[in-house]
Design a protein around this ligand. Structure first.
Ligand code: NAP
Length: 312
């Protein structure tokens, strides 16, 4: 028996025919609206909103298999009310995203982009003892706002760099503390005491706008903000102002509130490294993300429990 499923067209090259057995697929491009019909599963990218209206238009839907670990593009309450399962791709993208977070930490701390620009513009006049002086990492403090899978993976990478780690999370992480010497603090202390603040909480009603004018003002002068989680954790105009005024040392961002649009003031702000949401963008990880999303669909359609549900 074949099942009618909607799958993001952008995943076509990442999936093998064997993974798609028994599926009657409608490939849905990111710029196409979600259709109405009798599909039983949808595999959307994080750019597709799946809310009450979409779920109403898909009355036979049994599963939304999101191709991301974050699932703020899905109305969970509406899905649960309709008995639609929601899955994510937790676990498979942790290491790739932690690596990218470190790319941003190093790029901001050591003025990598300014250096590249100087060379490319042909304006480098030679070694100078005071040129592009950055932040020495050894002995500084890294603050992880959110210490789940990715936050902890970022923290583990901090040890060889000689950083002290503070973290804020809803629950204590004793194994992580033992492994890294990290100390759990509240978010206020974390912001006030760390040289590099890295965001790893999901986007939820409680965390949206957690970095705003007031919390930015509480950060140490010259501190660096890194965000590889979700754009709407940060009020972008307030961040741009903190950079313009020189209060913040730098910002390294992979995600934005209204992707792919970036607030014009943030785009123009000094000392930023702005990436196009490539946290999980490695060959291996993107294949694994597509595979686990489709494996969730296959499991549910064959009457088995989903592999990575976001609620149970
Ligand atoms: P995770 O394992 O669920 O970790 C989330 C962490 O946030 C946990 O420590 C959790 O605390 C904490 N948390 C949640 N709500 C909080 C709140 N209101 N206040 C304080 N802490 C809170 O998630 P993950 O796999 O590390 O992924 C984190 C996020 O990264 C995802 O939600 C996604 O948006 C983003 N992401 C982005 C990319 C990219 O391409 N840039 C790639 C992958 C993921 P507890 O442990 O106590 O529950």
């Amino acid at each position: 028996m074949t099942h009618r499923v909607l799958i993001a067209a952008e995943l076509k090259n990442l999936l093998r025919p064997s993974q798609l057995a028994d599926l009657d697929i409608t490939w849905l491009a990111a710029d196409q609206p979600t259709p109405k019909g009798d599909w039983v599963a949808i595999v959307p990218l994080l750019s597709r909103w799946v809310g009450g209206t979409e779920l109403k238009h898909l009355p036979n839907l049994r599963i939304v298999a999101n191709v991301a670990v974050g699932y703020n593009n899905i109305d969970l309450v509406a899905a649960e009310m309709r008995n639609v399962l929601v899955t994510n791709t937790s676990g498979v993208l942790t290491e790739a995203t932690a690596d990218l977070t470190w790319a941003l930490i190093l790029a901001t701390a050591r003025h990598l982009i300014e250096g590249v620009d100087l060379v490319r513009r042909g304006q480098w006049t030679g070694w100078h003892p005071e040129q592009l002086l950055g932040l020495e990492l050894r002995g500084r403090t890294l603050g992880l706002l959110g210490a789940g899978r990715i936050g902890q993976a970022v923290g583990r990478r901090a040890l060889p760099f000689g950083l002290r780690i503070l973290y804020a999370a809803r629950t204590a992480k004793p194994d992580f503390e033992r492994e890294t010497g990290a100390t759990r603090v509240d978010a206020t202390r974390l912001l006030a005491e760390t040289d590099i603040v890295s965001l790893h909480v999901p986007s939820t009603p409680e965390t949206k706008g957690i970095i705003n004018g007031e919390t930015l003002a509480r950060m140490k002068p010259g501190a660096i903000l890194i965000n590889t989680s979700r754009g709407d954790l940060v009020r972008e105009e307030a961040l741009a102002m903190a950079l313009e005024l020189g209060h913040l040392g730098a910002a390294g961002l992979d995600v934005y509130t209204d992707e792919p649009t970036i607030h014009p003031r943030l785009l123009a702000a000094p000392r930023t490294v702005l990436l196009p949401h490539i946290g999980s963008a490695t060959e291996e990880t993107r294949h694994k993300m597509a595979a686990i999303a489709v494996a969730n669909v296959q499991a549910v359609l064959s009457g088995k429990p989903p592999l990575t549900p976001v609620y149970s």
